[in-house]
Design a protein. Structure first.
Lengths: 227, 220, 279
């Protein structure tokens, strides 16, 4: 059993774990991009679309937030082949996580637009802009900056959710770690490294998110000198 | 499809049971640690330690925390059934979020209350128990209801350590009947009723009990 | 005489014999003596492995291992206590004193032998390939170009890798692995995987209740014939030898075969080696 940590072993398995971490990152970044696009699409549909469309989008958001991610992953894995769409486990995972992320992305966009305040919409209306123009040319562009910090947060959430793809045999970080534990009957060294890798990745995103919140990029109005 | 329902209900009950126990234990822990965090000055080592704990809980997937409990408890000589390992893991996770809920609730109470209590000659612990905590708990009810829905979501991950909660039971039934789409849909519907129901309840309570902290739900 | 009084008589005879032997043999502080003094022994398992050990509707642990343990207990004049534990750390727990032996459907492997000693085999643990009845796969070589899967963290993954190298075949994609057998069975039914490799025994459990599947043998000279054995701390020779003696008796009088027929549908006694797996 030994008294200290087996550092040699930890270094030995590090390359495999890094490979898993890379897959986790790759997958999650892909998903956050796709879910942002989905969120944009659905969010726009919710603002501009007819009533039935708005209700549909709201239903989607409610279902995504009301069902555990592991269930959604299982439904995607077994359900999609039934409707003729058999993707391999990696792409099934991307689809499932995009569905999950999209539900939150819609809300992020909504919160950003609401935070711009009624003043913008009223001013635009006073200037004779249609609802569509108000949304597309005034509100949305400003929102895109504001969504950057919460989207970074969303990426962190997706990275955590990606660990669940281990149940459909995707070799991301958590599954790689689990397999190593059973292969070598070593627990602490593996868990320690897996934990540190996740903390490193998510901690960095935390820092990025906080920096973005105070940066010029997201809040240029704070940096303008007074007239 | 509905034929699977009677076999899923005991598992749904287990899901609810395990979530309630974990929530209650995490509340006891969270309230104490949250109060601590509220009263200690920012640089205090204990406060720093608590921040590390919260960072850990938020910075790792629930799956890793569950595996951690599952593999490490026996190494420490603690032998527990998967059910109780699950309770410990979920408690550990929820407490990390409840520290924030408690701290925010306590901070939202007018400092004047505490000063007034002390001025009236009450001891510090009396001020805490009779004035601050009752008000804090009242404000915590909406976010706690939401937190319960989060714990129920997290409980689905306990399937990987063989706890016979709803997700695992649903898998077991699907594998022998092969009506997996139906069983999965049923599983999703049952979860939805509980989780969305709790979310709605939380929002309703938020409107009726104003003055408390509002916390956005996050994917764990 | 009736079963109960027969058991009482046997226990009394064993106890009397034990006292006699204890008086006659040199004093020897061993695990077996401790057990007889305590009046019970605990055996480690994870009650999730049908039909070796699992929980019935009353949440009691039942299964082949429980019956074998009870037979041992009867021979030794003590009680057997099944101890449900976490399988991944079962060896650790054995050395922590959580139980006296591991009797949980454990497959004897070289890696595990580094830390425990095994009894003689009391059940077969060889692997099998689960395929759909109409799959057209007839043997190991038929796995060429197919999507294959095994249980997460099981020796079968390594066996699939060895097979690929040995027969010069390659699979469609990586070897998939699932932590839950149930997910693997669903994956096979839905066509996501073509073959699932696991122990003959657990696959038989599945085919007992489900139609349309068949199990092909999965053996090779490249890996040792697999057996299920009890595991003991390295120094507990006396306990292990007592276990071996008991199993030999049960093989000879047919009681082991009877238990296997009860739980697995047939006897595997003929294929069981009389030697404890060792490396």
């Amino acid at each position: 059993m030994g008294s200290g940590l087996d550092i040699t072993f930890m270094l030995e398995i590090l390359p495999k774990l890094l490979k898993g971490a890379l897959l986790t990152l790759e997958l999650s970044i892909l998903c956050v991009i796709l879910s942002s696009l989905a969120g944009l699409l659905l969010g726009t549909a919710r603002v501009l679309g007819p009533r039935w469309l708005r209700m549909l989008v709201q239903a989607y958001v409610d279902v995504i937030r009301g069902v555990p991610p592991i269930t959604i992953i299982a439904l995607a894995y077994f359900g999609l082949p039934e409707v003729g769409l058999t993707l391999d486990e990696y792409w099934t995972g991307v689809l499932a996580l995009t569905l999950v992320g999209g539900g939150y992305a819609v809300e992020i966009l909504r919160a950003a637009i609401e935070s711009l305040g009624k003043g913008q919409s009223e001013a635009a209306a006073a200037l004779g802009l249609s609802r569509l123009q108000t949304y597309w040319d005034v509100l949305l562009p400003q929102s895109l900056r504001l969504v950057l910090p919460p989207l970074t947060n969303e990426l962190a959430n997706l990275i955590k959710a990606s660990s669940l793809l281990s149940v459909i045999s995707v070799n991301e970080l958590a599954k790689t770690g689990n397999d190593l534990i059973f292969q070598h009957f070593v627990v602490i060294e593996v868990l320690l490294q897996v934990t540190l890798l996740y903390l490193l990745i998510i901690g960095s995103l935390d820092v990025l998110s906080r920096w973005l919140e105070t940066s010029r990029l997201v809040h240029p109005e704070r940096y303008r000198s007074s007239a | 499809m509905l034929s699977a329902l009677p076999r899923l209900l005991p598992a749904l009950w287990l899901t609810i049971e395990i979530s309630l126990i974990a929530l209650a234990l995490a509340l006891a822990i969270g309230i104490n640690l949250g109060t601590l965090q509220s009263y200690l000055r920012p640089g205090h080592p204990v406060r720093r330690l608590l921040r590390v704990y919260v960072f850990f809980v938020r910075g790792t997937p629930v799956l890793v925390q569950i595996f951690g409990a599952f593999f490490l408890l026996p190494v420490l000589g603690i032998e527990l059934s998967p059910f109780w390992v699950g309770v410990i893991a979920l408690t550990f996770n929820s407490a990390g979020y409840q520290i924030e809920i408690a701290r925010a609730a306590i901070d939202s109470i007018d400092k004047g209350q505490r000063e007034g209590g002390l001025a009236l000659g009450l001891e510090a612990w009396q001020v805490q128990w009779l004035i601050m905590l009752p008000q804090a708990l009242r404000r915590m009810i909406p976010p706690l209801t939401n937190e319960l829905s989060q714990v129920v979501k997290a409980s689905s991950v306990l399937s990987v350590i063989s706890v016979f909660e709803l997700h695992k039971a649903s898998n077991a039934i699907a594998s022998t009947s092969f009506k997996y789409i139906e069983v999965l849909t049923l599983q999703a519907a049952l979860y939805f009723i509980v989780i969305h129901g709790l979310s709605l309840l939380s929002r309703h309570l938020e409107n009726r009990l104003p003055g408390g902290p509002k916390l956005a739900s996050a994917v764990r | 005489m009736s079963g109960l009084s027969r058991r009482l008589f046997a226990s009394a005879a064993i106890a009397f014999g034990g006292v006699l032997l204890a008086g006659l043999s040199p004093s020897h502080a061993g695990a077996l003596d401790d057990i007889k003094a305590k009046g019970h022994f605990a055996f480690g398992l994870e009650a999730q492995y049908k039909p070796f050990e699992f929980r019935d509707d009353n949440n009691d642990i039942i299964g082949y291992d429980i019956d074998v343990a009870n037979a041992l207990a009867e021979k030794w004049g003590v009680e057997a206590q099944p101890t449900d534990t976490n399988w991944a750390t079962v060896i650790q727990t054995l050395y922590n004193g959580g139980f006296d032996m591991i009797l949980g459907g454990m497959t004897a492997t070289e890696e595990r032998y580094e830390r425990v000693n095994f009894s003689i085999p009391y059940m077969d643990a060889s692997s099998g390939i689960l395929v759909k009845a109409d799959s057209g796969i007839a043997d190991r070589a038929g796995l060429d170009g197919k999507v294959v899967a095994a249980g997460a963290g099981t020796p079968q993954i390594g066996q699939l890798e060895v097979t690929a190298e040995e027969l010069g075949i390659s699979y469609d994609g990586d070897i998939k692995s699932y932590d839950d057998d149930a997910v693997a069975y669903q994956a096979m039914a839905s066509g996501r995987i073509d073959a699932y490799v696991s122990t003959l025994v657990s696959l038989s459990e599945f085919t007992k209740t489900t139609e349309g599947f068949e199990i092909l043998p999965f053996r090779s000279d490249r890996w040792a014939t697999e057996y299920t054995a009890a595991a003991f701390q390295k120094e507990d020779d006396d306990l292990r030898e007592a276990f071996d003696t008991a199993i030999r008796e049960m093989k000879a009088d047919g009681s082991l075969a009877a238990l296997q027929e009860k739980w697995f549908g047939r006897s595997f006694v003929d294929g069981l080696s009389d030697q404890a797996p060792a490396w």
